[in-house]
Design a protein around this ligand. Structure first.
Ligand code: FES
Length: 568
């Protein structure tokens, strides 16, 4: 007897009325109310994740991308159904978009698995959207193609180019130092983000797009196409066609997100001089597949992976330069002897086969040869020590080497309010030789691990010409920022980590060479301080309470415990 074929398209995941035939009858009947013919409703269904929102400037092209994906699906014989999920725009969310990344991940996973579809195209872009979508995909067996909105173009302006958000920070720091006038900063405000798309530098959004491409979740070359190029729409059409292709040749997230592809993604992150945030996101994505990222292994990879990409915030170019220079295919070619070549991508192609042919053109101003790297070692390193038993991250490629080996007195801020109320006080007892430390801003706090690790230089020092200081915190930094910033100190202060015990006037020793970060306070003093410490009160209810009960530390990607493979 012939075994019945598994249901496809609208016949999948029927609603539970206790009568499957009736459930399908009802579903078809309601779908017909939208004007679909029976022939269309018999087709395989490709879900398209719609993250367009009036709050999300980075996703303003999502409607036309959906149209292009639909074109690809229809041309290949499928039925495209777009559906909304949470949309996260970095500057639009209080307290920070990171606080809602896991919400977007749950939403996306639930809708991918609850609604009837055979494969999906995930449209993300702004910093937390692609991580959330990849975390969701990794927790399902749904064949998925990742699509991004793409980076904005830089704006030519009075002899220089501007794009969010490294230039935003550069100009704001100059304004704080009194070097740029109020009129000038207001004029520049309208020039920093003048096209659609995500931030135009190698910030978190672009780093995550490159990581998605390295993991194989998107076709080669698609990560860096500018948002406003027609090529971006053709990429969307191709994503729709590819999703259809995966019906006969299913490639599931588990086939793509493997130990080998995750290690390749770490290599790429380092070679890009990419965002520190990407490390948290990649840890969370890999964690969904039960793959742990060991920060000591990160250090080994960092010592053997050169920075090859010369883009802001660590270098000079913008994302459009990276794309024109050859993009990810050129970078992967340059790194080929360091990569695991048996990984595959959504087209089903083995990386090693793809890298048999050199790229036709590479602009060496932006993607360097191995012999002439931007830096001979990778952009990120993890530090460990009595202040950070489970690690902290410093982006050495965006830091000041003269500050790498340092012992100094520390000025401690107890939280974001304390920081805001005192940092500009002319009487603040701080010198250029001190370190700054911010605590109580980690993932467990109501602050939600914001991008506040780029502590401003105290105004009185900024006006005296101080451009960088060692700044330490349990929060994050924008991928577009720069400075000698030590981030993600784990465990965080709110979890009772040693950071909670640090006080103004203590001494801290940092050694990037030795990968150390130590609080130089004797054990008896620390024990006395620990006896007086109490964990912060939890929010009473809602999403904030779920976070307080469930969120994991940075070395586990700040995922919710219950969303990991075994709900640990
Ligand atoms: Fe969306 Fe920077 S604000 S990518």
């Amino acid at each position: 007897m012939e075994t019945p074929k598994p249901p496809i398209g609208l016949a999948r995941n029927s609603a539970n009325y206790g009568d499957r035939e009736f459930a399908l009858y009802l579903r078809r009947s309601f779908a017909k109310s939208m004007g679909y013919s029976q022939a269309m409703l018999d087709r395989p269904v490709i879900g398209i994740v719609d993250t367009g929102s009036d709050y999300n400037n980075c996703h303003r092209t999502v409607p036309e991308l959906i149209e292009a994906v639909k074109r690809g699906v229809l041309a290949a014989g499928g039925l495209p159904f777009a559906f909304p999920t949470v949309s996260l725009c970095e500057p639009s969310l209080f307290p920070t978009s990171m606080h809602y990344r896991n919400l977007a991940a749950i939403d996306t996973e639930a809708m991918l698995t609850a609604q009837p579809m055979d494969a999906a195209v995930l449209i993300g872009g702004c910093d937390k959207t692609v991580p959330a979508q990849l975390m969701a995909a990794a927790s399902t067996t749904m064949p998925c193609v990742q699509l991004v909105t793409g980076p904005m173009l830089a704006t030519p302006f009075q002899g220089e180019r501007l794009a969010a958000c490294t230039d935003c920070r550069r100009y704001w720091a100059a304004y704080r130092a009194g070097k740029v006038s109020g009129e000038r900063i207001a004029e520049i405000e309208g020039r920093l983000a003048s096209t659609a798309g995500t931030c135009g530098v190698m910030g978190t959004a672009s780093t995550m797009a490159c990581i998605a491409e390295t993991l194989g979740m998107m076709p080669p070359g698609h990560g860096s196409i500018p948002a406003v190029h027609s090529e971006r729409l053709r990429a969307a059409e191709e994503a729709g066609r590819l999703a259809m292709g995966m019906l006969t040749r299913p490639i599931r997230p588990a086939d793509l997100i493997t130990e080998a592809s995750v290690e390749n993604a770490l290599r790429v992150l380092l070679a890009l001089g990419g965002s520190t945030n990407a490390l948290i996101h990649l840890t969370a994505i890999a964690g969904r597949r039960g793959i742990a990222i060991d920060l000591r292994r990160l250090n080994e990879l960092s010592d053997t992976t050169p920075v090859l990409v010369d883009l802001k915030p660590t270098g000079e170019g913008y994302m459009e330069d990276f794309h024109a220079a050859g993009g990810m295919p050129a970078l992967l070619w340059e790194l080929r002897d360091l990569l695991h070549l048996d990984t595959i991508d959504v087209t089903g192609t083995r990386l090693g086969d793809r890298l048999e042919t050199p790229p036709a053109f590479v602009d060496r101003r932006y993607i360097r040869e191995r012999e002439k790297p931007v830096s001979p070692v990778g952009g990120l390193v993890a530090l460990f020590g009595s202040l950070a038993p489970r690690g902290a991250i410093v982006k050495r490629s965006a830091a000041t080497p003269a500050l790498f080996e340092k012992e100094a007195r520390v000025m401690v801020f107890d939280g974001l309010e304390d920081l805001a109320s005192r940092i500009d006080d002319p009487a603040l007892d701080v010198t250029a030789d001190d370190m700054l430390l911010l605590k109580n801003a980690g993932p467990l706090t109501p602050a939600g691990m914001p991008e506040a690790g780029y502590l401003p230089i105290p105004t009185k020092l900024a006006r005296a010409g101080v451009k960088d200081m060692v700044r330490i915190s349990d929060c994050r930094m924008s991928g577009t920022a720069f400075g000698t910033i030590v981030l993600h100190v784990t465990p965080e202060a709110a979890a009772g980590g040693p950071l909670a015990l640090a006080e103004t006037g203590d001494r801290i020793r940092m050694s990037v060479a030795e990968r150390r970060l130590d609080l130089l306070v004797d054990e008896a003093t620390l024990a006395a301080r620990r006896a007086g410490w109490a964990p912060p009160a939890k929010p009473a209810r809602g999403w904030d309470r779920i976070i307080a009960d469930q969120v994991l530390q940075a070395d586990q990607g700040c995922d919710l415990a219950v969303l990991r493979p075994n709900g640990e």
